[in-house]
Write a protein that binds this ligand. Structure first.
Ligand code: PMP
Length: 296
């Protein structure tokens, strides 16, 4: 699914076939989860493939690396340029791009100077699908920000996400919603969370969550559309009585949620602010917002 014999990747300054690449079994990232990564999307537009908010994603990658004491010798501009070359070499337009920074052999609990940079990409449909999601409150909490840098995108943090999604699926739900260490709603395993009540939106503030780039885009779109959004702490009890809810993420985009813990939201999805924002988001990433405007 991710690659075939023709797929080209960028690894440590070289372009090579994915099938010919290899890694060190003694890599520190493999043993301890001490790598950093990004999840980026490109969209086919009238001007060719456009990587949505490429700069913001690579700024976050550099930030994550710094937090994990990883020396990354690439600038944001270089990484953006390499990403466009990656898409071109693989003839991709609507694609998911996965940069991964991983560390070489080192069994100690200290940073290593051997830093590897992988850029790979594949054609990928929507992660969460088009169906409305039935979500459960997870028994797993998001990591306490005093235990790690939750706002950094670190490979090892995703063991928490895997446990939460697996629990939800095993219980017959589509996805999990995780609380923070204080019992407030934090985010999904790979997406931020919003709910709607009386024409207003609510989402968790920064601090105990990943600062999602889609979350930020939705905040910008909401402002443009005159929708009020409150970044504040709230509990699942407040969500049960909501008019609607949705996840936001690069892979998930703006994905509607049908129910939390079996309690359905008040409005049909089509009538929610989430549906309007989902459409606005897709227009923005595909750069078709102004298609219907005519210059007179
Ligand atoms: N929270 C978590 C835990 C995530 O893994 C992601 C996906 N990167 C998000 C939120 C959404 O972030 P973004 O909108 O930048 O993709």
């Amino acid at each position: 699914m991710y690659y075939n014999e023709n797929t080209t990747i960028f690894l440590d300054g070289k372009w090579m076939k994915a099938k010919d690449a290899s890694t060190d079994l003694y890599a520190q990232t493999m043993h301890y989860g001490s790598g950093v990564f990004e999840g980026i999307r490109s969209y086919a537009t009238e001007d060719g493939a456009k990587v949505f908010k490429a700069k913001e994603h690579y700024e976050r990658l550099l930030y994550s690396a710094e937090k994990m004491h990883i020396q990354l010798n690439y600038s944001v501009e270089e990484l953006v340029e390499l990403t466009y070359e990656l898409l071109e070499r693989n003839d991709l337009q609507n694609a998911y791009i996965r940069p991964l920074v991983y560390l070489g052999a080192n069994m100690s609990l200290q940073p290593t100077d051997e830093v590897h940079v992988l850029l790979c990409s594949w054609s990928w449909d929507r992660y969460l699908g088009d169906d409305m999601l039935r979500v459960m409150t997870s028994s797993f909490q998001r990591p306490n920000p005093k235990s790690c840098h939750v706002e950094a995108k670190v490979t090892g943090h995703y063991t928490n996400s895997i446990l939460a999604t697996t629990e939800a699926k095993n219980k017959g739900y589509d996805e999990a919603l995780l609380l923070d260490m204080n019992g407030n709603v934090a985010e999904g395993p790979g997406a931020n969370f919003f709910f709607e009540k009386d024409d207003k939106l609510y989402t968790a503030p920064l601090g105990n969550i990943l600062a999602g780039i889609t979350r930020q885009t939705v905040l910008e779109l909401a402002k443009e559309l005159g929708i009020e959004v409150f970044e504040k702490f709230f509990t699942p009890d407040e969500v049960y009585n909501a008019d609607g809810a949705f996840f936001t993420g690069t892979a998930a985009e703006v994905a509607g949620i049908e129910s939390l813990d079996g309690k359905a939201f008040n409005l049909p999805w089509e009538e929610t602010l989430g549906a309007a924002l989902s459409a606005a988001y897709l227009n923005r990433v595909q750069k078709v917002e102004y298609r219907n405007f005519e210059l007179v």
